[in-house]
Design a protein around this ligand. Structure first.
Ligand SMILES: NC(=O)C1=CN([C@@H]2O[C@H](COP(=O)(O)OP(=O)(O)OC[C@H]3O[C@@H](n4cnc5c(N)ncnc54)[C@H](OP(=O)(O)O)[C@@H]3O)[C@@H](O)[C@H]2O)C=CC1
Ligand SMILES: O=C/C=C/c1ccc(O)c(O)c1
Ligand SMILES: [Zn+2]
Ligand SMILES: [Zn+2]
Length: 360
């Protein structure tokens, strides 16, 4: 896991150096363990499409070298003197956020992901002035407030996608009052977030329609993930037949796309929840929302509290993510395959099993 001395640990991560987004070994130091810090030896880290957006500077704010990865499962190897929530040996998770102001309205309402002073787990600057670096690395130091316990009954590699993809679908369903059994939901884009959307929504007792860009995932969606219906978005007849049928759509498409075909699928008061990170304006004509009092909204990951809830929800409901576990030396191929929509449905890097300290 890197060398340990009285102050700093030297660790190895896999970093992007520029907007080409290619990751390669990079050595850096972690901050000295603070009173409330937990040192996490990374076991597994999921690959989210946001890692591509960030590594390739799709949002125009990327800083390099950048070690991505925000679906992190690891083992606690050291705790600061004031850490009360964790002990050495615990298996824990870290997600998208590692800091917040603790004083604003979102922080006081325990929805710290909406804090304007939140600190991202990578591509950000920590309170000590150091760049934050993510989970494609041998270890991270994280304030205990932003660490969750992985419950017994969840395999660590299975838990990784829940820390972003899982909570990202759970949070809006809870917040917008969409947990009632019998609702009819749509999942637009069957990728990492979308497949968890199908599983979580089915476990809430919803009738779930997958809306996909192709027919390629139909059998898997229906037979393996348990979807009730499948629409190909370019099939006008299928789309027309589904007009006015859905209470909500979770839209996970990561590129610019028209909204009107999906607004048409919503019933009166239906909600289109945007999840994709798209740095271009999306458009629609106002009658598409006025006639039917429909809403277009968005949602950003979930709180620490909701992350703990979705982990528990998955244990209670027996939910698993569908993953492909790879070693770190495959990470660039995995990123390429994710970008060309060739994964079922989340890559998870076996970080601890990749001997990444030997790579430098
Ligand atoms: N709001 C938030 O808090 C979060 C946002 N995100 C964002 O959500 C988006 C999805 O993330 P993730 O699920 O990891 O990504 P994936 O790439 O795993 O899934 C996206 C899915 O969208 C569809 N899709 C991909 N490309 C296109 C295209 N060119 N045109 C139409 N459909 C396409 C595909 O589904 P199909 O084959 O069915 O068409 C694909 O599987 C990303 O933008 C990511 O940054 C992720 C996590 C949290
Ligand atoms: O994958 C998790 C992060 C999502 C995200 C949402 C919005 C945004 O501007 C980002 O940079 C990331
Ligand atoms: Zn993510
Ligand atoms: Zn705050």
């Amino acid at each position: 896991m890197g060398s340990i001395d009285a102050s700093e640990r030297t660790v190895t991560g896999w970093a992007a150096r520029d907007a080409a987004g290619h990751l390669s070994p990079y050595t850096y130091t972690l901050r000295k363990t603070g009173p409330e810090d937990v040192v996490v030896k990374v076991l597994y880290c999921g690959i989210c499409h946001t890692d591509i957006h960030q590594a390739k500077n799709h949002l125009g704010a990327s800083k390099y070298p950048m070690v991505p990865g925000h679906e992190v499962v690891g083992e606690v190897v050291e705790v600061g003197p004031e850490v009360s929530k964790y002990v050495v040996g615990d298996v824990v998770g870290v997600g998208v956020i590692v800091g917040c102001c603790r004083d604003c309205r979102p922080c006081k309402a325990n929805v710290e992901q909406y804090c304007n002073k939140k600190i991202w787990s990578y591509n950000d600057v920590y309170t000590d002035g150091r760049p934050t670096q993510g989970g494609f690395s041998s270890a991270m130091v994280v304030d205990q407030k932003f660490v969750v316990k992985i419950p017994a009954g969840l395999a660590p590699e299975q838990a990784a996608p829940l820390l972003c993809a899982g909570v990202t679908v759970y949070s809006p369903l809870k917040h917008f009052g969409l947990m009632t059994p019998g609702l009819r939901g749509g999942i637009l884009g069957l990728g990492g977030v979308g497949h968890m959307g199908v599983k979580v929504a089915k476990s809430m007792g919803h009738h779930v329609t997958v809306i996909s860009s192709s027919n390629k995932k139909r059998a898997e969606a229906m037979d393996d993930l348990g979807a009730d219906a499948y629409l190909v978005s370019s099939d006008e007849a299928q789309m027309a037949a589904a007009t006015d049928s859905l209470d909500y759509i979770i839209d996970t498409v990561p590129v610019k796309h028209p909204l009107e075909p999906y607004l048409a699928l919503l019933k009166m008061d239906g909600k289109l929840v945007l999840m994709g990170v798209i740095a271009e304006p999306l458009s629609f004509v106002s009658p598409m929302v006025m006639l039917g009092r429909k809403s277009i909204t968005g949602s950003f990951i979930g709180s620490i509290e909701e992350t703990e809830e979705v982990l528990r929800f998955c244990v209670d409901k027996g939910l698993t993510s569908q993953i492909e576990v790879v070693k770190m030396d495959y990470v660039n191929q995995a990123l390429e395959r994710l970008e060309r929509n060739d994964v079922r449905y989340r890559f998870v890097v076996d970080v601890a099993g990749s001997n990444i300290e030997d790579a430098v």
